[in-house]
Design a protein around this ligand. Structure first.
Ligand code: SF4
Length: 349
């Protein structure tokens, strides 16, 4: 196995752990991961590494669109790694980066500082304790300055890669789940198509501020459009193990794909889920169809001109190219039967 490691990432504890874990691997020390990651097109690398270890020098947090997931306007994407080992045909990562080499950022303390600063900057209107040492004064000041934000602040950690799968190398959960427990108002969502729940069980506590959300789709669609991801059966098994151990588990039915016989496939799927999972124990469910901004749609179309589901999407409003209204309504009604409180992402019934 060949691993590229940035020289500036050498002395971080996570790099040491990686080096210990992969002690028989060949290491190539590099100056800057961007020289490879931003410049080399997939397929044109003679010595392609299995992954890259690097230091993130830019902001790890970017604003998520309003109403991206939860019912609030303070939501952020959290970046600690790039690229995904899974191969979902519709995924934006397909065109977001020039190649598919996974990158692990290891300067976790800098990233945590960035999160803390973001939390501190958001005006609050309700009692909120920032139990980070030395941060109370700052918090009191913020509280006096502006008092208009009532809701939780959400951090989505799985938008640049499947963070649960990556955990074997990143040790992300061990570092960040406990960190988020320090805040009363900050929540993290780990969304996954992996059944790798060992890092969750290895935490040895049930977190309040991190939610584990399993994305599910019918197996025949996983086989065709979500290559390499865990099977539906394994994901369901993982969900049920966590439920048995009193973890709070969420289900994400997204993206619901506009395949030819979607009514039949998804109706059977919902019946199957009803049989296999006790929905009354699930903390929340979300649904969403497949959707892109115009720009993203053109990008994926360029990359995958033969991807059939893309041709069943249409420009529906100024914002999105998505499934026709009739199809979306079918999905929303179907999944509302499964869970009356099912949350519809970026759309309404
Ligand atoms: S699992 Fe998520 S991040 Fe990975 S390829 Fe699929 S959609 Fe993209």
């Amino acid at each position: 196995m060949l691993i590229y490691i940035e020289k500036q990432a050498k002395d971080y504890p996570q790099t040491e752990k990686i080096l210990k874990k992969f002690k028989n691997s060949k290491i190539l020390w590099i100056d800057n991961y961007k020289n490879i990651f931003d410049k080399i097109v997939a397929g044109n690398i003679s010595l392609k590494p299995s992954f890259i270890v690097a230091k993130l020098n830019s902001d790890s947090i970017t604003k998520a669109p309003d109403w991206y997931g939860h019912n609030n306007k303070q939501a952020y994407f959290l970046k600690t790694s790039l690229n995904c080992v899974f191969d979902c045909s519709y995924c934006f990562l397909k065109w977001a980066f020039k190649n598919d080499i996974p990158v692990y950022f290891v300067n976790y303390e800098d990233i945590k500082k960035g999160i803390l600063n973001k939390i501190k900057k958001i005006p609050l209107s309700q009692p909120f304790s920032l139990r980070e040492k030395g941060a109370e004064q700052d918090y009191e000041l913020k509280l006096k300055q502006n008092l208009d934000y009532k809701d939780k602040i959400w951090f989505y950690s799985s938008d640049y890669s499947d963070i649960l799968w990556m955990d074997n190398i990143s040790g992300f959960l061990w570092e960040f789940v406990d960190f988020f427990e320090k805040f009363d108002n900050a929540m993290m969502e780990i969304r996954t198509k992996s059944a790798n729940i060992k890092p969750i069980l290895d935490l040895w506590f049930i977190p309040n501020n991190t939610k584990f959300a399993f994305s599910l789709n019918p197996q025949e669609l996983i086989d065709k459009y979500e290559k390499g991801t865990s099977s539906l059966e394994d994901r369901i098994k993982a969900v049920n193990i966590l439920l048995e151990k009193w973890y709070k588990v969420w289900l994400r039915f997204l993206p619901l794909l506009p395949v030819k016989n979607y009514k039949e496939i998804y109706s059977k799927f919902v019946e199957y889920i009803k049989k296999e999972i006790d929905i009354s124990k699930i903390s929340s469910t979300f649904v969403s169809g497949l959707l892109y901004t115009k720009n993203d749609y053109n990008n994926i179309l360029k990359k995958y001109p033969k991807l059939d589901v893309l041709y069943r999407l249409k420009q529906q409003d100024n914002l999105f190219i998505r499934e026709p209204k009739e199809m979306r309504d079918f999905f929303y009604n179907l999944f509302s039967e499964l869970d009356k409180k099912c949350f519809i992402c970026l759309d309404e019934k």
